[in-house]
Write a protein that binds this ligand. Structure first.
Ligand code: ZN
Length: 671
């Protein structure tokens, strides 16, 4: 019998036939797919014919079709609907896949063919897109160390293996420290905490086998505890435990691991011919150089710090009114900021929620895509991996564009957070394939399901990523959709959030679940204002972390990262009442793997562009200006990674963005 994952999918639009796939199919399908991919790679590498774009680069693009199928189905269910079998499979698959891809990137015969093509690139008669794919493929191999020989090659392999194991240790130590610590609360200690925090503390107590409620270091408990608990002594204990993760001494201490990681990264960058790791890392990003990153962060830092200084004054006075003397501490900020938020923009969440029905917000996201890009959405009845999933066929002028799947509700089998992935990416080679795109969120179920304002923003955010996939119009899959620089990929998603805030959108779609009445104007005003609250604090804690990350990688690796961190913060004039969003011993973005190392700034880089890009619509006469929408699709949403991010932005906007729109958007300068 054929494995249903590997057989031809005869479903509508060739969506994975989830109802015929069993967990026992994954492992044999992966083994078969890896073997097939290896055979394809060997055939390309060992081809006796001289290398051509078609027999090497295009052959690589076309290879691995089975692997794509297995991985897209498996990672969809492993993330959104896991079970113990799938968890075990995931532990089994990760090292297998890492070894597989590292084997390809260190295949010397294959690299020789790419290097040969690269040397003759101008004589190959390539289209712009083909030249770009050749450049990216060749560069990927070079950056992985494929061009190294002899001792340098041996050393590179050793460094990579050591970095992988250090990254895993860093994560495990952090989890161990988070799991280990909890603080029991008496019934009296619960005073002042809202119901949802009390419920979470009780549930956490049960999970820890404690007698009653406890505070843990999970962000969903510790942050609201610091926000709402009037007990300054308990806040101090909890805050100190939270910020000591990874720095408690003993076996789970991450400080020496961080130092070794930084030193190995520097060595790796130098083996590849770069001055330092930041230069290596930023080469493929839109920012390009450490100086440009620093320049952006410092332009934001100054006004953010000025705002935070003013806020610190106000909060200190509130604390004095409470009879607490002495300076505002880091465990005080969230508590007094919450009191201030309540006083200044009292927004009744319970009254707001009925206006934000999930189904109406989905309609709103679709309606904006219709007005901007002419897309239409029709429900599609196909079996998916969970009864909560819904699917739509996306068309334009009656032509099929994509399948969009929404999996919106929280459940125990889903990991936390929200994400967008393509189960199939758009491409025209080796044959035309239309995208199948999924948005996964963690909203509470209900009848009807109601969202918080943050939830609604998340829905628009993930739908922005989905548009980037669905509107993609390139030839090769490796540069399709969201396959762009990390500091560019959040532009379409963060930009789309702006349409939720367009008054006419909320007026039409934020209607009361029972009465159907639109959201009252004063509630709408409060929602929009509250979204900007405490931005001094939030910007300062983020930018401080981003600058420390940059400093670690731009120059010689520090022998004592904690000392470097302290120096950077002192140089900035960091406020004592604000901690870094992530301090070194628990900065998983930077040390658990390579993804965000010297790249933590990326979120802000994208935000600079999304604020400026939305301003382009406003300047042109409105959020639905058709010419701006056309320019956005032509230059950014359809182009994937076919050109440099900077070129794409310039083509859309005619100039590069300044930070002004971001500072206005965060309320750090006057609008
Ligand atoms: Zn995103």
């Amino acid at each position: 019998m054929t494995n249903p994952i590997l057989s031809d999918w005869t479903t509508p639009f060739e969506i994975a036939p989830f109802d015929t796939i069993a967990d026992s199919d994954f492992s044999p399908a992966l083994d078969t797919a890896l073997e097939a991919h290896n055979a394809q790679i060997d055939a390309i590498a060992d081809n006796p014919d001289a290398p051509t774009f078609a027999n090497t680069v295009e052959a690589l693009e076309a290879a691995g079709e089975q692997l794509d199928k297995v991985l897209s189905v498996f990672f969809t269910v492993a993330g959104a609907d896991s079970n113990p079998t799938r968890e075990e499979l995931q532990r089994d698959f990760s090292p297998k896949l890492a070894a597989h891809f590292s084997g390809i990137s260190s295949n010397k015969a294959l690299f020789q063919r790419l290097a040969d093509l690269w040397a003759r690139k101008d004589d190959l008669g390539l289209t712009d897109e083909q030249a770009r794919v050749l450049m990216l493929t060749h560069r990927g191999f070079v950056r992985a160390g494929a061009a190294l020989t002899g001792d340098a090659d041996t050393r590179m392999q050793a460094i990579k293996a050591r970095l992988a194991s250090l990254g895993t240790s860093f994560t495990q130590n952090l989890l161990a420290d988070e799991r280990e610590w909890f603080m029991p609360l008496s019934e009296d200690d619960l005073e002042g905490l809202p119901d949802f925090v009390v419920d979470a503390a009780r549930a956490a107590g049960q999970e820890k086998g404690a007698d009653g409620p406890v505070v843990t270091l999970s962000r969903s408990i510790i942050v609201p505890f610091l926000q709402f608990s009037p007990r300054r002594d308990l806040r101090e204990v909890a805050y100190k435990a939270w910020t000591a993760r990874g720095a408690n001494g003993g076996e789970t201490d991450n400080r020496e691991i961080a130092a070794e990681i930084l030193s190995l990264r520097e060595e790796r960058a130098k083996l590849l011919g770069y001055d330092n790791f930041a230069a290596y890392k930023l080469e493929t990003e839109m920012a390009r150089t450490p100086d440009k990153v620093r320049d952006l962060l410092m332009q934001v830092w100054e006004p953010a710090k000025a705002r935070a200084d003013v806020d610190a004054e106000i909060l200190t006075q509130m604390m004095q009114v409470d009879g607490v003397n002495g300076p505002l501490a880091a465990w005080d900020w969230r508590y007094y900021a919450e009191k201030r938020r309540k006083a200044e923009h009292d927004l009744d969440e319970a009254a707001l929620k009925p206006y934000l029905q999930l189904d109406r917000m989905i309609e709103a996201a679709f309606a904006c895509a219709n007005r901007l890009f002419g897309l239409e959405f029709a429900p599609l009845d196909v079996p998916l991996y969970h009864p909560d999933c819904r699917a739509w066929e996306v068309t334009r002028n009656s032509q099929h564009v994509a399948v969009f799947i929404g999996d919106y509700f929280a459940r125990g089998s889903k990991r936390s957070g929200a994400w967008c992935s393509a189960m199939r990416s758009q491409a025209k080679f080796p044959k035309a394939q239309a995208p199948v795109v999924i948005n996964v969120c963690n909203f509470a179920k209900g009848d009807p399901a109601l969202l918080s304002y943050d939830d609604a923003r998340t829905l628009f955010h993930e739908f922005g990523h989905a548009l980037h996939q669905m509107l993609s119009d390139v030839t090769y899959e490796s540069i399709s959709g969201t396959s762009v620089a990390r500091d560019f990929v959040e532009l379409p998603s963060q930009l789309y959030e702006h349409w939720l805030e367009v008054p006419e959108v909320l007026a039409e779609f934020a209607t009361h679940a029972d009465t159907g009445a639109p959201m009252p104007q004063d509630m709408l005003d409060k929602v929009l204002k509250a979204a900007n609250f405490d931005q001094g604090f939030q910007t300062v804690e983020y930018v401080a972390s981003a600058l420390v990350d940059l400093e670690f990688h731009d120059g010689a690796a520090p022998a004592d990262p904690m000392a470097t961190q302290a120096q950077v913060l002192e140089g900035l004039g960091m406020l004592p009442a604000i901690g870094m969003r992530h301090a070194t011993p628990h900065f998983a973005h930077v040390f658990a793997g390579d993804g965000y190392s010297s790249g933590y700034y990326s979120y802000m880089w994208s935000e600079v562009m999304d604020a400026d890009a939305f301003a382009a619509f406003e300047e042109a006469g409105g959020a639905f200006d058709p010419d701006r929408a056309k320019a956005l699709e032509e230059n950014i949403l359809s182009t994937g990674g076919s050109r440099e991010a900077e070129e794409l932005y310039l083509a859309f906007r005619g100039r590069l963005p300044g930070v002004e729109a971001l500072l206005k958007g965060r309320g750090l300068i006057a609008a």
